[in-house]
Design a protein around this ligand. Structure first.
Ligand SMILES: [Zn+2]
Length: 210
């Protein structure tokens, strides 16, 4: 199996794919936030930065990523939210080279903006189990309107699920990610998935990670 860097705009289904890959192949899912919180347990500088709520600088992020990857050894992993910038991507490539490791594959969920917008605006989330529902897709409708299937909590809209906030998040994402996409395209490790049905997305991803 190949290690994965997962890139996707907001609401493209990144969480679902990461979960499916975890279940099907035993990948470890690494988000930047989780790696930083783990590092904070034994690294006072990271701990202080997190507690102060400052923007975490790259040096600290690199420390967290490095110690997590060193601990993982040969376990396959999905990077989610890292690398975020070209600088981080270059650092990560150098890290891999120094450690004789393969980058694996970069999977980009290339979903049409109009569809993402629709998903965001019709998304309901269970505040307790964090599961998403959708009022625009029969497959993801809750069984009882407005109520979580699993825990019966009242479903909520995410506070940032509105059109202005979506457009802002999408633009920031596009700007940042276009550089990453070029970088990985040049390395010949980029795979785009344009499917939107989670089952088909997983099928495609399964081909790429072999
Ligand atoms: Zn629930």
């Amino acid at each position: 199996m190949k290690n994965i860097i997962l890139l996707a705009p907001p609401a493209a289904g990144k969480g679902t794919l990461a979960n499916d890959l975890k279940e099907k192949y035993g990948y470890v899912h690494l988000s930047t936030g989780d790696m930083l919180r783990e590092e904070a347990k034994e690294d006072k500088e990271v701990k202080d930065a997190l507690e102060a709520g400052h923007l975490i600088n790259d040096d600290l992020v690199f420390r967290a990523v490095k110690s997590k990857l060193n601990k993982l050894g040969n376990t396959n992993y999905i990077l989610d939210g890292f690398p975020r910038t070209l600088d981080q991507a270059i650092w990560y490539s150098n890290y891999l080279k120094e450690n004789n490791k393969d980058l694996g594959v970069v999977i980009y969920l290339d979903v049409d903006k109009k569809l993402l917008e629709k998903r965001v605006l019709t998304r309901l989330i269970c505040p307790k189990c964090n599961i998403s529902y959708s009022t625009s897709n029969k497959k993801f409708l809750p069984k009882k309107s407005g109520i979580c299937d699993i825990c019966n909590s009242a479903l909520e809209n995410r506070s940032d699920d509105n059109i202005e906030s979506f457009n802002k998040r999408y633009d920031v994402y596009q700007k940042r990610t276009s550089k990453l996409l070029d970088f990985y395209k040049n390395l010949n490790v980029l795979e785009r998935i344009t499917e939107v049905d989670p089952i088909k997305v997983l099928e495609k991803a399964s081909e790429y990670v072999k």
